[in-house]
Design a protein around this ligand. Sequence first.
Ligand code: NAD
Ligand code: UDP
Length: 324
Amino acid sequence: MFQIKRILVTGGAGFLGSHLCERLVDQGHDVICLDNFFTSQKSNVDHLLGRPNFELVRHDVTQPIWLEVDQIYNLACPASPGHYQYNAIKTIKTSVLGAIHVLGMAKRCRATVLQASTSEVYGDPEVHPQPESYRGNVNPIGPRACYDEGKRAAETLFMDYHRMNGVDVRIVRIFNTYGPRMHPFDGRVISNFIRQALEGEDITIFGDGSQTRSFCYRDDLIDGFVRMMNGPSDFVGPVNIGNPGEFTIGELAKMVIEMTGSKSQIVHRPLPADDPTRRRPDITLAQEKLGWQPQIPLEDGLAKTIDWFRSINLNHYRPPTPNF
Ligand code: NAD
Ligand code: UDP
């Protein structure tokens, strides 16, 4: 039987958070969206503001907050390399203090709390594809460490609160996810390539373009999130949620040029330090435990994302950092 729950979504105004809020509000739950709007803006959720079961709170997760809830999705954290490296110390504080605050809340309220972790916990992987049992190859002192190690420490906190205090936790490791409402100036590869293609700018491939990523459409991801949150309490994860279809960045650039009909030229820029050379999720566990697998192939998801980028006015978006 359906039961209305009070649900907190931290980072709820962001790309994934706003879609999750929408899904939960449509299901009839009482949703609190909490965000400091570092990498997002209210327009991502303004269509929800009039709904009686939606509430928006401006708050920074590095500070404690007292709320009464049944479930918490912890998404607050800048996700794009340019954004999370802009203030590296703030990024690691957001992951670690944010985790401590939502775990404390979950412990007090006896809520279930889900952590939005990342494939970055595998670093530059030496095992391919990456199963959850792989412990990763992360540089703890490099420019990506504020994010990678912050997310790893958050996973540690989740497991320790679970073991020591019996908190009902869930950990999802998200692989590159894309779709409408990505910030057009977030510097991630799909948003960059589409914006560049539509504006007729050069398409910037970092390095020779042979590095790979596996791209998951946002609806598939949100579906995996909700299944994991409401799945059996003896399955806490971590579980990989991603699309195993693997593409080189060079292939992605060609697809975007073809699908947009753009005249943009491909140019090469230096590969950023510690950029992982390949990434593909092993999703056996998600298939077995959650009955989940992605439904939307890259070409279909890209078409929807390109349509959305065509529909927006870039002047309505503030770049979150000076050199996004
Ligand atoms: P996003 O940048 O659009 O969303 C993050 C949201 O968190 C933004 O609304 C931002 O303003 C908010 N935020 C940042 N710091 C905060 C703070 N200190 N207090 C309160 N709010 C804060 O990115 P996204 O792609 O929607 O990512 C959501 C979550 O999923 C992140 O935790 C990210 O690490 C994780 N993730 C995403 C991907 C992906 O490919 N999209 C991959 C792996 C993990
Ligand atoms: N990338 C690129 N051009 C861009 C932006 C990114 O070639 O304009 C590359 C980047 O170096 C990486 C891949 O695309 O190899 C994915 O980058 P993104 O920032 O989207 O995510 P992440 O590196 O965190 O997977």
